[in-house]
Design a protein around this ligand. Structure first.
Ligand SMILES: *Cc1c(COP(=O)(O)O)cnc(C)c1O
Length: 423
C-alpha cells in the first residue's frame, strides 16, 4: 500500500463495486462531496429511495384502503417481499426473519420470549459497555420480572489496560456463572470499539451452560457476512438505518431460530399481525400464532418506512455480502495504513492516533486521539470529513464498502495530517 493519490485512484479503478458510489447522495460542502465515514451511524440515501417511497404515496392517493390489495406492491403482504432478501443478508432461513418496528422495541419483544428467569437461573451476561439502549432494555426487563439488575446483570469489561474483550475471558465467565445464567446477550460488533464478537463460539458456550443466546446486530447487519442460522443463535435483532441505509428511524429486523418457531409455550406480547394470516381477518377472540418469525409482529406494517428500506435492500441483494466483505477488508486495511502513515509523519513521542479496534473487525475503526480530541474532530468536520465522536477521546470512522472510495481514505489522511501539523 502507498499513501499516494495515484495508489488510491488505482484501487478505485480496480474496484468492482465502484459504480455503486454514484447510486447514493452525498452531503455537500462547498459544492463537493464530504468524506462520509458515518455509514455506521446513519447510512446515506440511495438515489432510488425517493421513487420507492413515492410509489407508495401515489398508490395511497390512488387506492386508499384498497391499496392493501391493489397497490403495485400490495401493502397487506408488503413485509413478505423483504423476507427472502433479508434472510440472505443475515444467513437465515426466510421463515426465521421478519422486518418490523425498531430495534429497541424488537429487543424488548424478543426478551419477553427469551429471557425467562427462574429462581436459580436468572442472570443476563452482556458487555459492561454495551450500547446504552440495550442496557436500559436489559435492566428494565430484569425489573419487570421483579429482580434487581445489580444482582442479575453481569457486565463484562476488558482486562485492565485493554480495549477489547478476549473470547477466552468471555468463555471463562460463562463457565463461572453456568448455573445461574438465563441469557447471554452481546452486540455482534461493539459499537464503541468496532470489535467483532465471536458469535458462534459464544453461542455454543452459552448453550452448553444451559442459557439462551442472542445478539444485537445493529453494527453487524450490512457490515459483516453473518450466518445466523448456522451459528445457532436463539434470536437476534438489528436496525437498518446504519449500514443498511433505510433512513432515520427506519424499520428494523428480527431473527428467531427455526427451533423456536413452533413452540407455542413461548410467552410473548401479541398483536393481530402475529396471528395466523389465514384466519387473521376472521377477527376471532383467540390468538393463533404464525409459525414464522412473523409471529412476533404486533402491529400492521409501516409501509413508507419499509419502502425506503426496500430501496437499499435491493442494492444489497444485488451486490451480496461476499463482494462487500472483500472490499471492506481492503479499504479498512488501507485506512489503518493511512492513519499509521500520519502517525509517522506527525512524529510526536506519544502516538497521536491509537487504533483500538482489533483485527476481528468490520469496516469501522475506532481511534483514540491522544493529542487534541474534540477540537480536532470539529476541525475535521469543517474540512469536510464527517466522522463520529465518542467521549472521552474516541473518533470512530467507517469507510463503507458500498459507497466510500480509496480516494476518500487517502484524502482523509491528507486532511488529518494537515490538521495535526499546522502551527
Ligand atoms: C444504534 C443502536 C441502537 C439504537 O436503537 P433504536 O431502537 O434503533 O433507537 C440500539 N442498540 C445498538 C447496539 C445500537 O447500535
Amino acid at each position: 500500500m502507498e499513501n499516494t493519490l495515484a495508489f488510491a485512484q488505482k484501487e478505485d479503478k480496480n474496484d468492482k463495486l465502484r459504480a455503486y458510489r454514484d447510486k447514493f447522495y452525498f452531503p455537500q460542502l462547498n459544492g463537493k462531496n464530504v468524506i462520509y465515514f458515518t455509514g455506521n451511524s446513519l447510512g446515506l440515501q440511495p438515489r432510488t429511495t425517493q421513487d420507492y417511497v413515492l410509489t407508495e404515496l401515489e398508490d395511497w392517493a390512488s387506492f386508499g384502503v384498497e391499496g392493501h390489495f391493489h397497490a403495485r406492491n400490495p401493502w397487506m403482504p408488503y413485509h413478505e417481499i423483504l423476507t427472502e432478501k433479508t434472510a440472505r443478508l443475515v444467513g437465515a432461513k426466510p421463515e426465521e426473519v421478519v422486518v418490523m418496528n425498531q430495534l429497541t422495541v424488537n429487543l424488548h419483544l424478543l426478551l419477553v420470549s427469551f429471557y425467562r428467569p427462574t429462581k436459580q437461573r436468572y442472570k443476563i451476561m452482556c458487555e459492561a459497555k454495551a450500547f446504552p439502549s440495550d442496557l436500559y432494555a436489559l435492566q428494565s426487563q430484569i425489573k419487570f420480572h421483579g429482580l434487581d439488575p445489580k444482582d442479575a446483570l453481569i457486565g463484562l469489561t476488558p482486562r485492565a489496560g485493554e480495549h477489547n474483550l478476549r473470547t477466552e475471558d468471555v468463555l471463562a465467565e460463562i463457565e463461572k456463572h453456568k448455573n445461574e445464567l438465563a441469557l447471554v446477550m452481546f452486540g455482534g460488533v461493539n459499537y464503541y470499539s468496532g470489535q467483532v464478537i465471536q458469535m458462534k463460539t459464544i453461542c455454543e458456550a452459552a448453550h452448553k451452560a444451559g442459557a439462551v443466546c442472542g445478539f444485537d446486530l445493529a453494527h453487524a447487519a450490512g457490515n459483516l457476512k453473518l450466518q445466523l442460522h448456522d451459528w445457532n443463535l436463539d434470536f437476534a435483532c438489528w436496525c437498518s438505518y446504519k449500514y443498511l441505509n433505510s433512513g432515520p428511524g427506519g424499520v428494523a429486523g428480527v431473527f428467531v431460530h427455526e427451533r423456536h418457531l413452533k413452540n407455542t409455550e413461548l410467552p410473548m406480547f401479541a398483536g393481530w399481525w402475529g396471528h395466523d394470516k389465514a384466519t387473521r381477518f376472521k377477527m376471532g377472540p383467540d390468538f393463533v400464532p404464525m409459525e414464522t418469525a412473523e409471529r412476533w409482529q404486533v402491529s400492521n406494517a409501516p409501509i413508507l418506512s419499509m419502502s425506503a428500506y426496500k430501496a437499499s435492500l435491493d442494492i444489497f441483494d444485488e451486490v451480496g455480502m461476499d463482494a462487500l466483505n472483500e472490499k471492506s477488508k481492503k479499504m479498512t486495511a488501507y485506512l489503518e495504513f493511512v492513519i499509521n502513515e500520519v502517525n509517522k509523519q506527525v512524529g510526536t513521542k506519544e502516538k497521536y492516533f491509537e487504533i483500538i479496534t482489533p483485527a476481528e473487525r468490520g469496516c469501522q475503526l475506532s481511534v483514540v486521539a491522544h493529542g487534541r480530541g474534540k477540537e480536532l474532530f470539529t476541525e475535521l468536520l469543517q474540512a469536510g470529513v464527517i466522522s463520529d465522536w465518542r467521549e472521552p477521546n474516541v473518533i470512530r470512522m467507517a469507510p463503507v464498502p458500498l459507497y466510500n472510495s480509496f480516494e476518500d481514505v487517502y484524502n482523509f489522511g491528507q486532511i488529518l495530517l494537515s490538521l495535526c501539523t499546522k502551527s
